[in-house]
Design a protein around this ligand. Structure first.
Ligand code: WT7
Length: 650
């Protein structure tokens, strides 16, 4: 969203107050903010009491060695017990945990908490049989089927940190993640259903495993589509052979509160993805508390988060948060083909719906006739996540999907924060289209200038977090130094989120997008540097520069500028397609540039730094800005001359 549009909409000053009935029965009331301010640790300790602990903690927070936090020190618990067993023991075994909906019509399954408990126990036994021990890492590369949740919880039960890799990532990306966290076991499926067809997953695993030497010992494979797969008897095991025959009894061990729960790789400002490490007690406290408070969860709600499990939203607000709260939720395998989502809302009487702005904008383009054809009166609350939601999309979401009765919670957080940090509380805080409003109780956020001074109301700057929070990342897997450098070195004692933000006159927070070399495409985080590395790894490419250009639907789109090697000549007719395919192979289809321009030069400063700002001007079809710091100010004319000459979109 441009500054211009934003300020126009801010001036409109629309504001939606919490509906009276919601306000009266809200899980969390206004007093929570003051209570948390008065004693932050006591506040989070009360939130942790919502979980079942084997042994209670001795100390809420150890922050003596920042930025390395320890939460609920000395406490022990088991995440899978908190997500399943305890609900069964409380007499809710027959409650549906997951209404699973496959992409092919009539392919659906309901899984109760009792069934989930048995399945997780079986899977834990099967993994033990495959040699998985506490502390071992397990890679998961799966479609959106119930087994992925079972696999995650089984790992958590054993204390074996999982690393879920999004099924849209390439074999190369999978291999580098397996290698980085040294996983000996991979859990996958033959394939899954996307966009009306079966797509394969196992071949990418085979390729990835081959690239990692003899690291991977076993591959556990769910049969989802029935397609043919290559099979290596010494390594591959069918899920239905290993899990179905295993015992449904599994005695869980209580793990230390700080025991690693999972590693989630995300793009940073360098070429190498960062392994964000989350641990057990604080993470489960933060995710379950925020899922309960931000969505004002009630016992009879049907909750649906549309995120893929391969991203952090799928971890915190599909797997761990809702299950720890004993919620009933919908899980859908496929893509949002026209009307399908709304049919699911209608069929399952979804009451809480959580999705990304990019999806909302896509539906807006298709027109309101489609959602208007369904009965969505069950909805009572809508959430948004992943990127700034432009006020037009917010208002459309509220009116068309929410029938003007459902509050919208715009939730700001990150893979690193693990839990929602900035969001309205639907029964307490008003909503303003385009604003995530304020830090949740127990969270200290601010907007500061270059000198770390609060900018004050009415001003913009950098978003920072001033106090540790339970679900915060603990480090980057195997790289404490990079953890410090990336988040904590810009200003001592402050966590730098990488986002720009503005405080309005009321002190409410408006997120303005990343201020670093990270792009946000359809709510997915991509690194400019990572895509540049992928491009220059192609034999025909000498240099590459990538920028995120504003895009009406996806928020940002990947735009690349490449210089070809002399030996490549003009690269040949299909050079743009060839390079796009190469990026898809190196990283995954999500990273494919929307546009690639073959250029003779790149704009560089005298010290050789590429001025991406100028390239962004070109990609967004703007007048090119100040070029006085360029080593050669005529370069931009050469690039502008090429505009439109070599682009490709799909
Ligand atoms: C980045 C984190 C949080 C799970 C999904 C993305 C952007 C996220 C919002 C929001 C404005 C948002 C930020 C953030 N972002 N939510 N509600 N409003 N921006 O997780 O891949 O770790 O990306 O997404 O730029 O830094 P992620």
């Amino acid at each position: 969203m441009s500054e211009q549009t934003l300020s126009n909409l801010m001036q409109e000053n629309r504001r939606f107050e919490p509906p009276a009935d919601l306000a009266a029965n809200a899980n969390v009331k206004e007093e929570a903010y003051a209570r948390a301010d008065a004693d932050r640790e006591a506040f989070w300790a009360a939130a942790a009491e919502r979980l079942d602990w084997g042994r209670k903690w001795d100390q809420v927070l150890d922050w003596t060695n920042p930025p390395f936090a320890k939460w609920f020190v000395g406490g022990t618990l088991n995440a899978s017990v908190n997500c399943v067993d305890r609900h069964v023991e409380a007499g809710n075994g027959d409650k549906v945990a997951i209404h699973w909906v496959g992409e092919p019509d009539d392919d659906a399954r309901d899984i109760t908490y009792a069934q989930l408990k048995d399945e997780v126990s079986r899977a834990a036994n099967a993994l033990t049989e495959l040699g998985v021990r506490k502390g071992d890492r397990v890679a998961i590369y799966m479609p959106m089927i119930p087994e992925v949740v079972v696999a995650m919880l089984a790992c958590a039960r054993l204390g074996a940190p999982h690393t879920v890799v999004f099924g849209g990532f390439s074999a190369d990306a999978l291999a580098s993640r397996i290698t980085d966290c040294e996983a000996h076991v991979v859990i996958t499926a033959d394939g899954g259903y996307r966009r009306g067809a079966a797509s394969a997953l196992k071949p990418a695993v085979d390729e990835a495993v081959a690239k990692t030497g003899d690291l991977v010992r076993s591959v556990l494979v769910v049969r989802r589509t029935g397609q043919d797969v290559d099979w290596d008897d010494s390594r591959d095991v069918w899920w239905h052979d290993a899990v179905d025959s295993a015992s449904a009894e599994h005695e869980p061990e209580m793990h230390d509160s700080e025991h690693p729960l999972y590693v989630m790789y995300t793009s940073g400002t360098t070429g190498k993805p960062k392994g964000i490490l989350h641990t057990t007690g604080g993470y489960l406290t933060g995710t379950s508390y925020t899922h309960w408070s931000v969505f004002d969860l009630k016992d009879d709600d049907v909750y649906w988060c549309t995120a893929d499990v391969g991203w952090v939203t799928g971890h915190s607000y599909m797997a761990y948060g809702p299950l720890a709260n004993g919620a009933t939720q919908v899980m859908y395998e496929g893509t949002p083909e026209k009307g399908r989502w709304w049919k699911i809302v209608q069929d399952y009487k979804v009451s809480i719906f959580y999705t990304a702005p990019t999806a909302i904008r896509t539906f807006m383009k298709q027109g309101r006739e489609i959602p208007d054809g369904y009965d969505m009166s069950s909805l009572r609350l809508l959430g948004s996540v992943g990127e700034p939601i432009n006020p037009e999309a917010y208002v459309w979401y509220r009116e068309v999907i929410g029938g003007d009765r459902c509050p919208v919670v715009d939730t700001w957080w990150q893979t690193e924060t693990g839990q929602i940090m900035i969001s309205p509380l639907p029964g307490v805080t008003a909503g303003k289209p385009g604003s995530a409003m304020k830090a949740l109780p127990g969270i200290a956020a601010d907007v500061v200038d270059d000198d770390a001074k609060s900018v004050g109301n009415g001003n913009g700057g950098y978003l920072v977090l001033k106090e540790p929070w339970p679900a915060m990342l603990r480090t980057l897997w195997g790289d404490d130094q990079r953890f410090k450098d990336t988040y904590w070195s810009r200003w001592p004692g402050l966590y730098f989120a990488g986002d720009g933000a503005k405080l309005d006159e009321d002190g409410d927070i408006w997120l303005l997008g990343r201020v670093d070399d990270v792009m946000n495409v359809s709510g997915h985080r991509l690194s400019t540097t990572e895509i540049e590395s992928a491009l220059v790894s192609h034999p025909k490419v000498a240099e590459a520069a990538v920028v995120g250009a504003a895009d009406e639907t996806t928020g940002q789109a990947v735009c690349a500028f490449v210089i070809l090697r002399d030996s490549a000549g003009d690269g040949g007719e299909d050079i743009v397609e060839e390079l796009r395919r190469h990026v898809a192979k190196e990283i995954g289809a999500i990273a494919k540039p929307r546009q690639i321009m073959v250029v003779p030069e790149l704009p560089k400063t005298r010290s050789g730094k590429i001025m991406r700002r100028l390239l962004k001007d070109v990609a967004e079809h703007r007048e090119v800005g100040d070029v006085t710091t360029l080593a050669d100010s005529t370069v931009m004319d050469l690039i502008k001359g090429k505009e439109g000459s070599a682009s490709s979109e799909d």
